[in-house]
Design a protein around this ligand. Structure first.
Ligand code: GLN
Length: 505
Protein backbone atom coordinates (compact mmCIF):
# COMPACT_ATOMS: atom_id res chain seq x y z
CA UNK A 1 0.00 0.00 0.00
CA UNK A 2 2.72 2.42 1.06
CA UNK A 3 4.01 2.95 -2.50
CA UNK A 4 0.67 4.47 -3.50
CA UNK A 5 0.01 6.54 -0.41
CA UNK A 6 1.16 9.76 -2.08
CA UNK A 7 -1.47 9.30 -4.79
CA UNK A 8 -4.19 9.95 -2.23
CA UNK A 9 -5.72 13.41 -2.51
CA UNK A 10 -7.30 15.13 0.49
CA UNK A 11 -10.67 13.39 0.14
CA UNK A 12 -9.05 10.00 -0.69
CA UNK A 13 -6.78 10.26 2.34
CA UNK A 14 -9.75 11.21 4.55
CA UNK A 15 -11.63 8.12 3.29
CA UNK A 16 -8.62 5.82 3.82
CA UNK A 17 -8.15 7.12 7.37
CA UNK A 18 -11.85 6.66 8.12
CA UNK A 19 -11.80 3.12 6.69
CA UNK A 20 -8.69 2.39 8.75
CA UNK A 21 -6.69 1.13 5.74
CA UNK A 22 -3.90 3.53 6.72
CA UNK A 23 -3.00 5.48 9.84
CA UNK A 24 -2.08 9.14 9.87
CA UNK A 25 1.33 8.21 11.28
CA UNK A 26 2.01 5.91 8.28
CA UNK A 27 0.78 8.45 5.74
CA UNK A 28 2.71 11.28 7.39
CA UNK A 29 5.94 9.24 7.52
CA UNK A 30 5.57 8.25 3.86
CA UNK A 31 5.18 11.88 2.77
CA UNK A 32 7.97 13.15 5.03
CA UNK A 33 10.29 10.65 3.32
CA UNK A 34 9.24 11.95 -0.10
CA UNK A 35 9.70 15.58 0.99
CA UNK A 36 13.22 14.81 2.27
CA UNK A 37 14.08 13.00 -0.97
CA UNK A 38 12.99 15.89 -3.18
CA UNK A 39 14.78 18.98 -1.91
CA UNK A 40 15.57 19.71 -5.58
CA UNK A 41 11.94 20.78 -6.18
CA UNK A 42 12.47 23.74 -3.84
CA UNK A 43 8.91 23.47 -2.53
CA UNK A 44 9.52 23.35 1.23
CA UNK A 45 11.25 26.05 3.28
CA UNK A 46 10.80 24.36 6.68
CA UNK A 47 9.87 20.87 7.87
CA UNK A 48 9.59 19.59 11.43
CA UNK A 49 9.30 15.82 11.07
CA UNK A 50 9.04 15.10 14.78
CA UNK A 51 6.28 17.63 15.31
CA UNK A 52 4.40 16.31 12.26
CA UNK A 53 4.61 12.72 13.51
CA UNK A 54 3.45 13.78 16.98
CA UNK A 55 0.44 15.51 15.40
CA UNK A 56 -0.22 12.39 13.31
CA UNK A 57 -0.22 10.15 16.37
CA UNK A 58 -2.54 12.57 18.16
CA UNK A 59 -4.85 12.47 15.13
CA UNK A 60 -4.84 8.65 15.17
CA UNK A 61 -5.80 8.76 18.87
CA UNK A 62 -8.57 11.26 18.13
CA UNK A 63 -9.90 8.96 15.40
CA UNK A 64 -9.74 5.90 17.69
CA UNK A 65 -11.81 7.81 20.25
CA UNK A 66 -14.39 8.69 17.60
CA UNK A 67 -13.68 12.41 17.95
CA UNK A 68 -12.37 12.96 14.46
CA UNK A 69 -13.66 15.23 11.71
CA UNK A 70 -13.25 14.28 8.04
CA UNK A 71 -9.81 15.91 7.75
CA UNK A 72 -8.31 14.67 11.01
CA UNK A 73 -4.90 13.16 10.29
CA UNK A 74 -4.71 14.29 6.65
CA UNK A 75 -1.34 16.01 6.00
CA UNK A 76 -1.24 19.61 4.79
CA UNK A 77 1.46 22.24 4.32
CA UNK A 78 1.20 26.01 4.52
CA UNK A 79 2.43 28.77 2.25
CA UNK A 80 5.12 30.56 4.22
CA UNK A 81 3.00 33.70 4.32
CA UNK A 82 0.88 32.23 7.16
CA UNK A 83 2.50 32.57 10.56
CA UNK A 84 2.96 29.35 12.50
CA UNK A 85 4.05 28.65 16.03
CA UNK A 86 7.01 26.27 16.06
CA UNK A 87 7.97 26.64 12.39
CA UNK A 88 9.80 29.72 11.06
CA UNK A 89 7.60 32.15 9.09
CA UNK A 90 9.54 34.06 6.42
CA UNK A 91 7.17 35.25 3.65
CA UNK A 92 10.00 34.17 1.34
CA UNK A 93 12.06 37.15 2.54
CA UNK A 94 15.49 37.57 4.05
CA UNK A 95 13.82 40.25 6.18
CA UNK A 96 12.05 37.50 8.15
CA UNK A 97 14.61 34.67 7.88
CA UNK A 98 14.15 32.46 10.96
CA UNK A 99 11.28 34.58 12.33
CA UNK A 100 9.44 32.71 15.10
CA UNK A 101 5.80 33.74 15.41
CA UNK A 102 4.28 33.49 18.89
CA UNK A 103 0.91 32.47 17.41
CA UNK A 104 -0.75 30.58 14.53
CA UNK A 105 -2.70 32.30 11.75
CA UNK A 106 -6.46 31.67 12.00
CA UNK A 107 -6.41 29.52 8.85
CA UNK A 108 -3.57 27.42 10.30
CA UNK A 109 -5.41 27.07 13.61
CA UNK A 110 -8.67 26.01 11.96
CA UNK A 111 -7.04 23.40 9.75
CA UNK A 112 -4.85 22.23 12.64
CA UNK A 113 -5.36 21.97 16.38
CA UNK A 114 -7.83 24.78 16.79
CA UNK A 115 -7.67 27.77 19.11
CA UNK A 116 -5.67 27.14 22.28
CA UNK A 117 -8.27 26.32 24.94
CA UNK A 118 -11.03 26.99 22.41
CA UNK A 119 -12.81 25.17 19.58
CA UNK A 120 -11.14 22.07 18.22
CA UNK A 121 -9.62 22.42 14.73
CA UNK A 122 -9.93 20.04 11.78
CA UNK A 123 -6.87 18.14 13.01
CA UNK A 124 -4.83 18.18 9.79
CA UNK A 125 -1.13 17.38 10.24
CA UNK A 126 1.25 20.22 9.32
CA UNK A 127 4.18 18.82 7.29
CA UNK A 128 5.91 22.17 6.93
CA UNK A 129 6.06 25.57 5.25
CA UNK A 130 6.10 26.19 1.53
CA UNK A 131 8.20 28.42 -0.68
CA UNK A 132 6.67 31.56 -2.17
CA UNK A 133 7.60 34.83 -3.83
CA UNK A 134 8.86 37.40 -1.36
CA UNK A 135 5.83 38.87 0.44
CA UNK A 136 3.71 37.12 -2.25
CA UNK A 137 4.91 39.53 -4.95
CA UNK A 138 5.45 37.61 -8.14
CA UNK A 139 4.10 35.12 -10.66
CA UNK A 140 6.90 32.57 -10.89
CA UNK A 141 8.29 31.94 -7.39
CA UNK A 142 11.55 33.40 -8.70
CA UNK A 143 11.37 36.30 -6.22
CA UNK A 144 11.86 34.07 -3.17
CA UNK A 145 14.96 34.95 -1.15
CA UNK A 146 15.44 31.21 -0.62
CA UNK A 147 15.70 30.16 -4.25
CA UNK A 148 13.04 29.19 -6.76
CA UNK A 149 10.51 26.37 -6.53
CA UNK A 150 10.40 24.28 -9.70
CA UNK A 151 7.54 22.99 -11.83
CA UNK A 152 7.34 19.19 -11.36
CA UNK A 153 6.12 18.78 -14.98
CA UNK A 154 9.40 20.26 -16.24
CA UNK A 155 11.94 21.34 -13.67
CA UNK A 156 13.46 23.96 -15.96
CA UNK A 157 10.12 25.80 -15.80
CA UNK A 158 8.44 27.92 -13.14
CA UNK A 159 5.55 26.53 -11.06
CA UNK A 160 3.84 29.93 -11.15
CA UNK A 161 3.52 32.22 -8.19
CA UNK A 162 3.35 33.54 -5.74
CA UNK A 163 2.07 30.28 -4.15
CA UNK A 164 4.61 28.34 -6.25
CA UNK A 165 5.84 26.06 -3.46
CA UNK A 166 2.24 25.13 -2.58
CA UNK A 167 1.44 24.22 -6.19
CA UNK A 168 4.72 22.35 -6.77
CA UNK A 169 4.33 20.30 -3.58
CA UNK A 170 0.75 19.24 -4.37
CA UNK A 171 1.47 18.50 -8.05
CA UNK A 172 4.59 16.47 -7.16
CA UNK A 173 2.54 14.41 -4.69
CA UNK A 174 4.55 15.54 -1.67
CA UNK A 175 1.37 16.56 0.16
CA UNK A 176 -2.33 16.07 -0.70
CA UNK A 177 -3.32 19.69 -0.11
CA UNK A 178 -1.80 23.05 0.73
CA UNK A 179 -2.80 26.56 1.65
CA UNK A 180 -2.07 29.52 -0.58
CA UNK A 181 -2.98 33.16 -0.87
CA UNK A 182 -4.23 35.08 -3.87
CA UNK A 183 -3.86 38.86 -4.14
CA UNK A 184 -3.94 39.08 -7.92
CA UNK A 185 -3.93 35.43 -8.99
CA UNK A 186 -1.45 33.63 -6.75
CA UNK A 187 -3.68 30.61 -6.10
CA UNK A 188 -5.25 30.30 -9.56
CA UNK A 189 -2.14 30.84 -11.72
CA UNK A 190 0.20 28.36 -9.98
CA UNK A 191 -2.67 25.82 -9.88
CA UNK A 192 -3.04 26.29 -13.63
CA UNK A 193 0.72 25.98 -14.28
CA UNK A 194 0.99 22.71 -12.31
CA UNK A 195 -2.26 20.95 -13.26
CA UNK A 196 -3.96 21.09 -9.87
CA UNK A 197 -7.18 22.64 -8.53
CA UNK A 198 -7.23 25.89 -6.53
CA UNK A 199 -9.91 28.25 -5.31
CA UNK A 200 -9.69 31.84 -4.13
CA UNK A 201 -12.91 32.50 -2.25
CA UNK A 202 -14.78 35.80 -2.05
CA UNK A 203 -12.75 38.45 -0.22
CA UNK A 204 -13.56 38.06 3.48
CA UNK A 205 -14.45 34.34 3.46
CA UNK A 206 -11.10 33.30 5.02
CA UNK A 207 -9.61 35.27 7.88
CA UNK A 208 -6.47 37.28 7.09
CA UNK A 209 -5.39 37.17 10.75
CA UNK A 210 -1.84 35.89 10.81
CA UNK A 211 -1.37 36.19 7.04
CA UNK A 212 1.68 38.38 6.45
CA UNK A 213 0.07 41.33 4.66
CA UNK A 214 0.85 42.32 1.07
CA UNK A 215 -2.20 44.28 -0.18
CA UNK A 216 -4.85 44.06 2.51
CA UNK A 217 -7.88 44.94 0.35
CA UNK A 218 -7.00 42.10 -2.05
CA UNK A 219 -5.24 39.35 -0.03
CA UNK A 220 -7.35 36.21 0.36
CA UNK A 221 -6.46 32.66 1.47
CA UNK A 222 -7.60 29.46 -0.19
CA UNK A 223 -6.70 25.81 -0.78
CA UNK A 224 -4.63 24.20 -3.54
CA UNK A 225 -5.31 20.48 -3.94
CA UNK A 226 -5.96 17.80 -6.54
CA UNK A 227 -9.71 18.23 -7.03
CA UNK A 228 -12.77 20.36 -6.37
CA UNK A 229 -13.81 17.77 -3.79
CA UNK A 230 -10.48 18.26 -1.96
CA UNK A 231 -10.81 22.04 -2.12
CA UNK A 232 -14.38 21.94 -0.78
CA UNK A 233 -13.29 19.94 2.26
CA UNK A 234 -10.38 22.24 3.05
CA UNK A 235 -12.27 25.47 2.39
CA UNK A 236 -15.12 24.41 4.70
CA UNK A 237 -12.59 23.96 7.51
CA UNK A 238 -10.43 27.05 6.92
CA UNK A 239 -13.13 29.65 6.22
CA UNK A 240 -15.59 31.47 8.47
CA UNK A 241 -16.04 34.65 10.46
CA UNK A 242 -13.16 35.75 12.67
CA UNK A 243 -13.49 38.65 15.10
CA UNK A 244 -9.73 39.25 14.81
CA UNK A 245 -10.01 40.29 11.14
CA UNK A 246 -12.09 43.45 10.65
CA UNK A 247 -12.74 42.56 6.99
CA UNK A 248 -13.85 39.00 7.71
CA UNK A 249 -17.33 38.31 6.33
CA UNK A 250 -19.88 37.76 9.10
CA UNK A 251 -21.66 34.68 7.75
CA UNK A 252 -22.56 31.30 9.25
CA UNK A 253 -20.08 28.43 8.67
CA UNK A 254 -20.45 26.95 5.19
CA UNK A 255 -20.44 23.29 4.15
CA UNK A 256 -18.91 23.63 0.69
CA UNK A 257 -18.97 19.86 0.13
CA UNK A 258 -22.75 19.82 0.53
CA UNK A 259 -23.03 22.85 -1.77
CA UNK A 260 -20.78 21.16 -4.33
CA UNK A 261 -22.98 18.05 -4.30
CA UNK A 262 -26.38 19.77 -4.36
CA UNK A 263 -28.02 18.92 -7.67
CA UNK A 264 -29.25 21.80 -9.83
CA UNK A 265 -32.94 22.02 -10.55
CA UNK A 266 -33.63 20.16 -13.80
CA UNK A 267 -30.28 18.36 -13.73
CA UNK A 268 -29.98 14.75 -14.87
CA UNK A 269 -27.13 12.27 -14.42
CA UNK A 270 -25.91 12.94 -17.95
CA UNK A 271 -26.53 16.70 -17.77
CA UNK A 272 -25.61 17.78 -14.22
CA UNK A 273 -25.08 21.38 -15.39
CA UNK A 274 -28.43 21.71 -17.20
CA UNK A 275 -29.58 25.31 -17.12
CA UNK A 276 -26.21 26.73 -16.05
CA UNK A 277 -25.31 29.82 -18.07
CA UNK A 278 -21.56 30.32 -18.42
CA UNK A 279 -20.46 33.75 -19.62
CA UNK A 280 -17.38 34.04 -21.83
CA UNK A 281 -15.98 37.58 -21.68
CA UNK A 282 -14.71 38.27 -25.19
CA UNK A 283 -11.76 40.19 -23.68
CA UNK A 284 -10.60 36.86 -22.14
CA UNK A 285 -10.02 35.41 -25.63
CA UNK A 286 -7.80 38.01 -27.32
CA UNK A 287 -5.81 37.30 -30.47
CA UNK A 288 -2.64 37.26 -28.33
CA UNK A 289 -3.87 34.27 -26.30
CA UNK A 290 -1.50 31.34 -26.90
CA UNK A 291 -3.07 28.83 -29.33
CA UNK A 292 -2.45 25.85 -27.02
CA UNK A 293 -4.16 27.58 -24.08
CA UNK A 294 -7.04 28.70 -26.30
CA UNK A 295 -7.44 25.14 -27.60
CA UNK A 296 -7.47 23.49 -24.17
CA UNK A 297 -9.86 26.08 -22.71
CA UNK A 298 -12.28 25.79 -25.65
CA UNK A 299 -12.24 21.99 -25.41
CA UNK A 300 -13.06 22.27 -21.71
CA UNK A 301 -15.91 24.66 -22.51
CA UNK A 302 -17.26 22.17 -25.05
CA UNK A 303 -17.20 19.52 -22.30
CA UNK A 304 -19.15 21.85 -19.98
CA UNK A 305 -21.71 22.29 -22.78
CA UNK A 306 -22.02 18.51 -23.07
CA UNK A 307 -22.74 18.47 -19.34
CA UNK A 308 -25.69 20.78 -19.95
CA UNK A 309 -24.26 24.30 -19.60
CA UNK A 310 -25.02 27.04 -22.12
CA UNK A 311 -22.27 29.42 -23.19
CA UNK A 312 -23.14 33.09 -23.50
CA UNK A 313 -21.12 35.95 -24.91
CA UNK A 314 -20.42 38.67 -22.33
CA UNK A 315 -18.01 41.58 -22.00
CA UNK A 316 -15.62 42.84 -19.34
CA UNK A 317 -14.56 45.98 -21.20
CA UNK A 318 -12.01 47.12 -18.62
CA UNK A 319 -10.05 43.84 -18.50
CA UNK A 320 -6.84 45.46 -19.82
CA UNK A 321 -7.11 48.32 -17.36
CA UNK A 322 -7.03 45.87 -14.48
CA UNK A 323 -3.24 45.67 -14.93
CA UNK A 324 -2.41 49.35 -14.29
CA UNK A 325 -5.17 49.55 -11.65
CA UNK A 326 -3.79 46.55 -9.73
CA UNK A 327 -0.18 47.65 -10.10
CA UNK A 328 -1.08 50.99 -8.48
CA UNK A 329 -3.35 49.74 -5.69
CA UNK A 330 -1.35 46.66 -4.65
CA UNK A 331 2.01 48.52 -4.37
CA UNK A 332 0.28 51.41 -2.56
CA UNK A 333 -1.00 49.02 0.09
CA UNK A 334 2.30 47.11 0.14
CA UNK A 335 4.32 50.27 0.77
CA UNK A 336 2.16 50.96 3.79
CA UNK A 337 2.06 47.35 5.09
CA UNK A 338 5.79 46.80 4.72
CA UNK A 339 6.70 49.94 6.70
CA UNK A 340 6.49 47.74 9.80
CA UNK A 341 9.73 46.01 8.81
CA UNK A 342 12.03 48.59 10.33
CA UNK A 343 14.63 46.47 12.10
CA UNK A 344 13.01 47.17 15.45
CA UNK A 345 9.88 45.04 15.75
CA UNK A 346 10.61 42.01 13.55
CA UNK A 347 13.29 40.02 11.88
CA UNK A 348 16.42 41.35 10.24
CA UNK A 349 18.40 44.32 11.57
CA UNK A 350 21.57 45.64 9.94
CA UNK A 351 24.67 44.72 11.95
CA UNK A 352 26.24 48.15 11.70
CA UNK A 353 24.74 51.62 11.48
CA UNK A 354 25.51 55.20 12.43
CA UNK A 355 22.14 56.34 13.81
CA UNK A 356 18.45 55.43 13.80
CA UNK A 357 17.78 56.65 10.24
CA UNK A 358 20.83 54.81 8.98
CA UNK A 359 19.66 51.65 10.80
CA UNK A 360 16.26 51.79 9.02
CA UNK A 361 17.87 52.37 5.62
CA UNK A 362 20.49 49.64 5.91
CA UNK A 363 18.04 47.14 7.39
CA UNK A 364 15.56 47.64 4.57
CA UNK A 365 18.24 47.78 1.87
CA UNK A 366 19.63 44.43 3.07
CA UNK A 367 16.38 42.71 4.01
CA UNK A 368 14.17 43.32 0.95
CA UNK A 369 14.74 41.90 -2.53
CA UNK A 370 14.54 43.94 -5.77
CA UNK A 371 10.85 43.31 -6.59
CA UNK A 372 9.72 44.27 -3.09
CA UNK A 373 11.80 47.46 -3.24
CA UNK A 374 10.32 48.29 -6.65
CA UNK A 375 6.78 47.95 -5.27
CA UNK A 376 7.55 50.03 -2.17
CA UNK A 377 8.88 52.80 -4.41
CA UNK A 378 5.90 52.67 -6.79
CA UNK A 379 3.50 52.58 -3.86
CA UNK A 380 5.13 55.48 -2.06
CA UNK A 381 5.09 57.48 -5.29
CA UNK A 382 1.41 56.94 -6.12
CA UNK A 383 0.39 57.83 -2.57
CA UNK A 384 2.53 60.94 -2.35
CA UNK A 385 1.11 64.44 -2.23
CA UNK A 386 0.49 65.66 -5.75
CA UNK A 387 0.25 62.20 -7.32
CA UNK A 388 -2.44 60.65 -5.10
CA UNK A 389 -5.29 62.15 -7.16
CA UNK A 390 -3.65 61.37 -10.49
CA UNK A 391 -2.89 57.73 -9.76
CA UNK A 392 -4.30 56.21 -6.59
CA UNK A 393 -7.69 57.91 -6.71
CA UNK A 394 -8.12 57.19 -10.44
CA UNK A 395 -7.23 53.56 -9.82
CA UNK A 396 -9.81 53.32 -7.03
CA UNK A 397 -12.51 54.72 -9.30
CA UNK A 398 -11.64 52.24 -12.03
CA UNK A 399 -11.63 49.42 -9.49
CA UNK A 400 -15.27 50.21 -8.73
CA UNK A 401 -16.10 50.26 -12.46
CA UNK A 402 -14.42 46.87 -12.95
CA UNK A 403 -16.56 45.46 -10.12
CA UNK A 404 -19.68 46.98 -11.74
CA UNK A 405 -18.77 45.41 -15.11
CA UNK A 406 -18.91 41.99 -13.45
CA UNK A 407 -22.38 42.71 -12.07
CA UNK A 408 -23.54 43.59 -15.59
CA UNK A 409 -22.21 40.18 -16.72
CA UNK A 410 -23.90 38.34 -13.89
CA UNK A 411 -27.23 39.71 -15.09
CA UNK A 412 -26.70 37.49 -18.16
CA UNK A 413 -24.92 34.43 -16.72
CA UNK A 414 -24.36 32.40 -13.54
CA UNK A 415 -20.62 31.85 -13.87
CA UNK A 416 -17.84 33.35 -15.96
CA UNK A 417 -15.18 31.21 -17.63
CA UNK A 418 -11.94 31.75 -19.47
CA UNK A 419 -8.24 31.02 -19.30
CA UNK A 420 -6.25 31.56 -16.09
CA UNK A 421 -3.10 32.75 -17.82
CA UNK A 422 -2.23 33.68 -21.42
CA UNK A 423 0.42 30.92 -21.72
CA UNK A 424 1.56 27.68 -20.11
CA UNK A 425 4.39 27.79 -17.52
CA UNK A 426 7.43 29.61 -18.86
CA UNK A 427 11.10 28.69 -18.39
CA UNK A 428 12.94 29.98 -15.34
CA UNK A 429 14.82 33.15 -16.18
CA UNK A 430 12.66 33.71 -19.26
CA UNK A 431 11.40 37.08 -18.15
CA UNK A 432 14.90 38.44 -17.68
CA UNK A 433 14.99 41.85 -16.08
CA UNK A 434 11.58 42.95 -17.30
CA UNK A 435 9.05 42.84 -14.45
CA UNK A 436 6.34 44.23 -16.73
CA UNK A 437 6.29 40.96 -18.71
CA UNK A 438 5.15 39.14 -15.58
CA UNK A 439 2.64 41.88 -14.72
CA UNK A 440 1.00 41.53 -18.15
CA UNK A 441 0.59 37.77 -17.65
CA UNK A 442 -1.77 38.52 -14.72
CA UNK A 443 -4.42 39.96 -17.05
CA UNK A 444 -7.08 37.25 -16.57
CA UNK A 445 -6.74 36.84 -12.81
CA UNK A 446 -6.61 40.50 -11.74
CA UNK A 447 -10.22 41.49 -12.60
CA UNK A 448 -11.80 39.04 -10.12
CA UNK A 449 -9.26 40.03 -7.47
CA UNK A 450 -10.02 43.72 -7.85
CA UNK A 451 -13.76 42.99 -7.64
CA UNK A 452 -13.29 40.67 -4.62
CA UNK A 453 -15.03 37.81 -6.45
CA UNK A 454 -14.34 34.08 -6.00
CA UNK A 455 -12.24 32.45 -8.72
CA UNK A 456 -11.02 28.97 -9.37
CA UNK A 457 -8.53 27.14 -11.57
CA UNK A 458 -9.55 23.69 -12.81
CA UNK A 459 -7.18 21.40 -14.75
CA UNK A 460 -8.52 21.62 -18.32
CA UNK A 461 -5.96 19.81 -20.45
CA UNK A 462 -2.43 20.13 -21.72
CA UNK A 463 -0.70 22.52 -24.06
CA UNK A 464 2.76 22.96 -25.56
CA UNK A 465 5.47 20.60 -24.20
CA UNK A 466 2.77 18.59 -22.39
CA UNK A 467 2.34 21.35 -19.81
CA UNK A 468 -0.94 21.76 -17.91
CA UNK A 469 -3.57 24.38 -18.77
CA UNK A 470 -6.16 25.61 -16.27
CA UNK A 471 -9.72 26.74 -16.89
CA UNK A 472 -10.72 29.73 -14.80
CA UNK A 473 -14.21 29.91 -13.32
CA UNK A 474 -15.39 33.12 -11.65
CA UNK A 475 -18.57 33.38 -9.60
CA UNK A 476 -20.58 36.18 -8.04
CA UNK A 477 -19.99 37.05 -4.37
CA UNK A 478 -20.19 34.02 -2.04
CA UNK A 479 -20.90 31.65 -4.95
CA UNK A 480 -18.01 29.32 -4.07
CA UNK A 481 -20.51 26.45 -3.92
CA UNK A 482 -21.56 27.06 -7.53
CA UNK A 483 -17.92 27.17 -8.68
CA UNK A 484 -17.12 23.93 -6.88
CA UNK A 485 -20.29 22.32 -8.24
CA UNK A 486 -19.38 23.08 -11.85
CA UNK A 487 -15.73 22.09 -11.32
CA UNK A 488 -16.77 18.82 -9.66
CA UNK A 489 -19.15 17.95 -12.51
CA UNK A 490 -16.32 18.64 -14.96
CA UNK A 491 -13.93 16.46 -12.95
CA UNK A 492 -16.44 13.59 -12.89
CA UNK A 493 -16.32 13.65 -16.69
CA UNK A 494 -12.58 14.25 -17.21
CA UNK A 495 -9.34 12.94 -15.71
CA UNK A 496 -6.95 15.89 -16.16
CA UNK A 497 -6.89 16.46 -12.39
CA UNK A 498 -5.76 12.85 -11.86
CA UNK A 499 -2.72 13.07 -14.14
CA UNK A 500 0.59 13.32 -12.35
CA UNK A 501 3.97 14.47 -13.64
CA UNK A 502 6.24 11.54 -14.63
CA UNK A 503 8.52 11.78 -11.60
CA UNK A 504 5.57 11.71 -9.19
CA UNK A 505 3.93 8.56 -10.52
N1 GLN B 1 1.42 38.26 -9.75
C1 GLN B 1 0.74 39.19 -8.91
C2 GLN B 1 1.74 40.08 -8.21
O1 GLN B 1 2.88 39.91 -8.41
C3 GLN B 1 -0.16 38.48 -7.94
C4 GLN B 1 0.53 38.02 -6.72
C5 GLN B 1 -0.43 37.45 -5.70
O2 GLN B 1 -1.57 37.14 -6.00
N2 GLN B 1 0.05 37.35 -4.47
O3 GLN B 1 1.39 40.94 -7.48
Amino acid sequence: MSADLHDLGVADAARALTAGTVSSAELTQHLLTRVAADADLGAFLAVDADAALAQARAADTRRARGEAGPLTGVPVAHKDIFVTRGLASTAGSKMLAGYASPFDATVVQRLGDGAPGGTLGAGMVTLGKLNCDEFAMGSANENSAFGPAKNPWDRSRVPGGSSGGSAAAVAARLVPGATGTDTGGSIRQPASFTGITGIKPTYGVCSRYGMIAFASSLDQAGPLARSAEDCALMLSAMSGFDTRDATSAERPPQDFTAQMLTAREGATAARPLAGLRIGLPREFFPAALAADVDGAVRAALAELEKLGATLVDVSLPRTELSIPVYYIIAPAEASSNLSRFDGVKFGHRAAQYADLGDMYRRTRAEGFGPEVKRRIMIGTYVLSHGYYDAYYLQAQKLRRMIADDFQACFAQCDLIAGPVAPTVAWARGDQGDDPVKAYLADIFTLPASLAGLPGMSVPAGFGAHGLPVGLQLIGNYFQEGALLHAAHAFQQATDFHRRAPEAAR
